[in-house]
Design a protein around this ligand. Sequence first.
Ligand code: COA
Length: 310
Amino acid sequence: MTQRSVILGTGSYLPEKILTNHDLTKLVETTEEWIFTRTGINQRHIAAKGELTSHLAIKAAENAIAAANIDKATIDLVIVATTTPDIPFPSVATKVQAGLGLKQGAALDVQAVCAGFVYAMATADSMLKNGLATTALVIGADTLSRIVDWSDRGTCILFGDGAGAVILQSQQSDRGILSSHLSSDGTTGDLLYAAPTIHMQGKEVFKNAVLHMTGSSREALARAKLQATDINWVIPHQANQRILEATVDKMEVSKDRLISTVANHGNTSAASIPLALDVAARDKRLKPGQNLLITAIGGGLAWGSCVIRW
Ligand code: COA
């Protein structure tokens, strides 16, 4: 057994309002069929007026704490991956701390856009391994609907809002985070940026997504001394069904090992992986001892992967 950061529970939260492909046909020149065939997305959730990233994050956190069955007073680290904080400061993480009634430990935000949750998991894992904390609440939460240009049909069809959370605890265990890999290349920043709304070169982002999620997954697997065939489930950043399938194809992993929630959630940025993880944990697809691969890419470009034993 090794000192590892073990996932004790997961939780998520989606805003009530659903925006369907049909709804989008009333906003921009598009069709339901175009959106579904190019992206695999059917619907996405949109935060209500006044419903902020921290509100979604707190609800996801409460669900994760309940699933982990821990005393929340044991949480001594809160990391929130987000690109859409309520305000520039204080951080969403400190708002989550306050919302949960926590006064101990450290809280910080991580900003790596759609790769944010993987960056937050790797950061939490390093801090737990270094003894800076023992129990971490790691959240991915975003309200990208607030920075979408709702007149740009090339981007507004993709994004949605939501939050997902996990409780990570440092334990002597065979389970937990086995390895991580992080990378970024700032020279590709103009492919996907927000100033102040989202701008994207869709085809280039698509190619880079498949290339880097595959490369990073291979690096993380090598660090865990595992092969692609040892992976039971791949949970990529839920960007577009075609990107997800191209990524597992390139890794020579069967599509029935792919966990996809993109049809129902759209691209929820840093929230997408923990949302999908929570769905698969709750429907019992994930079984103790199975190997999971999470991999993501986002603006920066920044990308990364973690191998986790469930
Ligand atoms: N409805 C109808 N037509 C649309 C449209 C829409 N919503 N959006 C774009 N089009 C049109 C374009 O104007 C273009 O028309 P033209 O040929 O007359 O110029 C045509 O459809 C093809 O557009 P293109 O951008 O080449 O389509 P695509 O096959 O690359 O699909 C994306 C577009 C956005 C779905 C795709 O590029 C993609 O998913 N990229 C990755 C995006 C992503 O995941 N980003 C986040 C990563 S974290």
